[in-house]
Write a protein that binds this ligand. Structure first.
Ligand code: F6P
Length: 323
C-alpha cells in the first residue's frame, strides 16, 4: 500500500478531527501518501481530493466538526456514483480508504469494499448506535452538552416549580437520551426503543409533584413518535392534574457542534491510528472500534447498517432512581 485517502461522512461528530489527524500522521509515519476527501463520499464522486501533509492537520484536535466537511451523498447510493468514485481514487494511485462515520456511512464502506476496494471504517456518530464498538466518536461530547443543558434547566425549573422537557438527538436510537437522563437525574426518559406516552409522562410527573419535588426533568429522544409537540399538547389540557407546568427545550444540532471532550479526542486518535494499522496489515472490510478498552476490527458485513440494541436495564435503572 502506497497511498491512502480519508473522508468523514454522515452527521459530523466531535472528535472526527482528532481521527483525521491520527490517520494522517500515523500514515505519514509509515511513509504513505495521504489524501483528504472533501464532503464525504460526495467528494470522491466530485473529485475534491487533496494531498495532506502533517501541517495540514495541525491545530484541529480541539475543534468540533470535521475540517474535511461531511455529507450524506445520494449519488453514492447509485452504481454510477460509486464507479466514478473508484475512477477518481485509482487515477491518483490511492489504494486504501478510511471512512470515519456512522451506520449509513459504513454501509457505503461495505459497498465500496464489495467492489474490491480496500476500505476500513472508523466508528463515529454522536448516536453510539454502531455494532462493533462500545463507544463511537462524538457521543461523549454530546452527552456532556446535553447534561449541561439539563443541569441549567433543573436550576431554573426548581425556582419556578416547573418541569422541563429536554429533547436531545437520536433518530433511531435512544442511547443519548437514556445516558443523559440517568446522569442528569431525569424523572422520565422516552426513547424510540421504549416510548413513554404523554399520558404516562403526565402521571409520572404528577406522582413526582405529589412526592414534593420542586422540579422535574423529562428527556426525550428526537426519534420518538409521540414527541415534544404531542407531549406539550397533552399538558396544555391537563395542567391542573399534573401540578407542574411543562416547558420544552429542543437541543437539536447544538449537541453535535461542541469542541470534543478529552474522551472523544483520545477515542478519535486511537481509532484513527488503528485504521491505518489495519490497512497496512492488509486487513480491510472492517470497522475499527473500541471494545472493553481494546481496539477491535469487526467485519463490516457483520455490523454495517445494523443498529446496536439499547440496554433496557439502563431504562429500568433510571426509573428506579427517579424516586
Ligand atoms: O446520526 C447523527 C444525528 O445527529 C442523529 O442523532 C440525528 O437524528 C441526525 O444525525 C440529524 O441529521 P442531519 O444533521 O442530517 O439533520
Amino acid at each position: 500500500m502506497k497511498s491512502i485517502a480519508i473522508l468523514t461522512s454522515g452527521g459530523d461528530a466531535p472528535g472526527m478531527n482528532a481521527a483525521i489527524r491520527a490517520v494522517t500522521r500515523s500514515a505519514l509515519d509509515r511513509n504513505l501518501n495521504v489524501f483528504g476527501v472533501r464532503q464525504g463520499f460526495q467528494g470522491l464522486i466530485d473529485d475534491t481530493i487533496d494531498q495532506l501533509n502533517a501541517r495540514d492537520v495541525g491545530g484541529i484536535i480541539q475543534r468540533g466538526g470535521t475540517f474535511l466537511g461531511s455529507a450524506r451523498s445520494k449519488d453514492f447510493r447509485e452504481d454510477a456514483g460509486r464507479t466514478k468514485a473508484l475512477r477518481n481514487l485509482s487515477k491518483r494511485g490511492i489504494d486504501g480508504l478510511v471512512v470515519i462515520g456512522g451506520n449509513g456511512s459504513q454501509t457505503g464502506s461495505l459497498m465500496l469494499g464489495k467492489l474490491g476496494f480496500p476500505v476500513v471504517g472508523v466508528a463515529s456518530t454522536i448516536d453510539n448506535d454502531l455494532l462493533g464498538t462500545d463507544m463511537t466518536i462524538g457521543c461523549d461530547t454530546a452527552i456532556n452538552v446535553t447534561l449541561e443543558a439539563i443541569d441549567a434547566l433543573r436550576t431554573t425549573g426548581s425556582s419556578h416549580q416547573r418541569a422541563f422537557l429536554v429533547e436531545t438527538m437520536g433518530r433511531d436510537c435512544g442511547y443519548l437520551a437514556v445516558t443523559t437522563g440517568l446522569a442528569g437525574g431525569a424523572e422520565v426518559i422516552s426513547t424510540p426503543e421504549n416510548e413513554v406516552s404523554p399520558a404516562e409522562i403526565a402521571e409520572r410527573l404528577h406522582a413526582a409533584y405529589a412526592r414534593g419535588k420542586t422540579h422535574a426533568i423529562v428527556v426525550v429522544a428526537e426519534g420518538v413518535k409521540q414527541g415534544t409537540k404531542e407531549i406539550l399538547a397533552h399538558f396544555e389540557n391537563d395542567r391542573r392534574e399534573v401540578g407542574f407546568e411543562l416547558r420544552a427545550t429542543t437541543l437539536g444540532h447544538v449537541v453535535r457542534g461542541a469542541p470534543p471532550s478529552g474522551f472523544d479526542r483520545l477515542l478519535g486518535t486511537r481509532l484513527g491510528v488503528g485504521a491505518v494499522a489495519a490497512l497496512t496489515d492488509g486487513e480491510h472490510g472492517v470497522l475499527i472500534g473500541l471494545q472493553r478498552s481494546e481496539l477491535t476490527r469487526t467485519p463490516l458485513k457483520e455490523c454495517a447498517g445494523r443498529t446496536k440494541p439499547l440496554k433496557t436495564e439502563l431504562l429500568e435503572l433510571a426509573r428506579v432512581l427517579a424516586k
